[in-house]
Structures are given as C-alpha cells and as structure tokens.
Write a protein that binds this ligand. Structure first.
Ligand SMILES: CC(C)(COP(=O)(O)OP(=O)(O)OC[C@H]1O[C@@H](n2cnc3c(N)ncnc32)[C@H](O)[C@@H]1OP(=O)(O)O)[C@@H](O)C(=O)NCCC(=O)NCCS
Length: 171
C-alpha cells in the first residue's frame, strides 16, 4: 500500500519480501551506529518487519515504511512515523534510515519532510519529535532542516539522547 510519493521516492507499507533488503541495512554497523539496539540479526529484523506489516499495530496510520528509490525501483531504507510515550506524553517521532550508498543526496531530508507533511496535513498531528544521539550529526541536521529545535536532553541506559521537536506550522 502506497503511503507517500516524493520527487525521487515512494514510501509504502513494508512487505515480507523486503526482509533481505532490510536485513542488509540492519546488519551494517555503520548504518546502525546510533541505534540503542545496534545491529540486528536476521530473526530480529524479521520480527521488526512483521510488527510493521500493517502499519504500527496500535496506530496503523503510523509505522515504518519501505523507502523505494524511484529511478531504479530499489529498496533503499525505511522511514516513517513512530508513536512513543515520553514522560507520560504521547509523541510521534519522524524516523529515518537509508542505505549508506544513498547518503548525502538530500534523500533523507526528502523522506523526512514528506513524513512530516503527511503527519501534519493528512493525519492532523500537531507536534512531531526526533530522538537523536548527540553524535549523530547527520540526523540532527535532518531534524533542523525539518524546522525542529532542540527541546531537551534525556538519558536512558545507553546514554544521553536529544529530543528535537516542532509544532504544526500555522495555516
Ligand atoms: C540520517 C540520514 C537518514 C540522513 O540521510 P541523508 O540522505 O544523507 O541526508 P541528506 O542528504 O538529506 O542531508 C540532510 C542535511 O544533513 C546534512 N548531513 C547529511 N549527512 C551529514 C553528515 N554525515 N555530517 C554532517 N551533516 C550531514 C546535509 O548536509 C544536509 O544539510 P544541508 O542541506 O544544510 O547541507 C542517514 O545519515 C542515515 O540513514 N543514517 C543512519 C540511520 C540513522 O542514524 N538514522 C537516524 C536515527 S536518529
């Protein structure tokens, strides 16, 4: 099911046949460097993929979506919108992860911006966040380009992470 289309990308629901392509990204230490759970095994990737097959189980309008590079029809990552509860507040995070062969061409921002526009204009959300480790400069720059501002620093068992946020722009 198609969720979003941009100039160079399609974002669609994940499919069981995306497993090998997704695993190729999730097993890569460079791509997974700033994720608390690090690289994933094939089984862990399969579990995550299955969790998102019909959108997020509790919020099917949200989820991680296969990100397809239109010029070659290649699976190059997964991006989307994830629900969290942080300090008793319900939040939605813009999430993005791309194959490193495609970094630095504006595709991360293209996907993230499309997800944010979709969240505000189609889903009617009024606030979005990104949760980012302070060393993840690429991700911080994507969040800043989305118009997000640093809101606070939080700590978990893996260390400090930053919450960037923004509200829906006024109409
Ligand atoms: C984060 C990620 C999606 C960015 O994707 P990308 O396609 O390379 O990003 P873009 O080309 O759209 O760049 C967006 C902005 O970030 C900047 N940027 C990108 N990579 C950067 C880097 N390594 N260092 C500093 N700035 C960087 C770009 O210059 C651009 O800003 P500009 O337009 O002002 O020049 C990609 O690095 C990725 O998949 N990383 C691994 C997964 C991950 O960490 N996800 C985020 C978890 S919080």
């Amino acid at each position: 099911m198609l969720i979003l289309e941009t100039e160079r990308l399609l974002l669609r629901r994940l499919l069981p046949e995306d497993l090998d392509a997704l695993y190729a990204l999730y097993r890569d230490p460079e791509i997974r460097r700033y994720f608390p759970d690090g690289t994933l095994t094939y089984e862990e990737t399969k579990e995550e993929l299955e969790w998102f097959l019909n959108g997020h189980p509790r919020h099917p309008e949200l989820g991680l979506w296969a990100t397809i590079y239109k010029p070659t029809n290649q699976f190059i990552g997964r991006c989307g919108l994830l629900p969290w509860t942080i300090e008793e507040r319900d939040e939605v995070e813009v999430a993005y992860l791309l194959d490193k062969a495609f970094w630095g061409q504006g595709l991360g921002f293209e996907a993230a911006r499309a997800c944010a526009d979709y969240a505000f204009n189609v889903l009617g959300l009024t606030r979005l966040i990104c949760m980012i480790y302070p060393e993840n400069v690429a991700s911080i720059n994507v969040a800043r380009k989305l118009g997000m501002m640093l809101e606070k620093e939080m700590k978990d068992e893996f260390g400090s992470y930053l919450i960037y946020s923004r509200n829906k722009p006024p109409v």
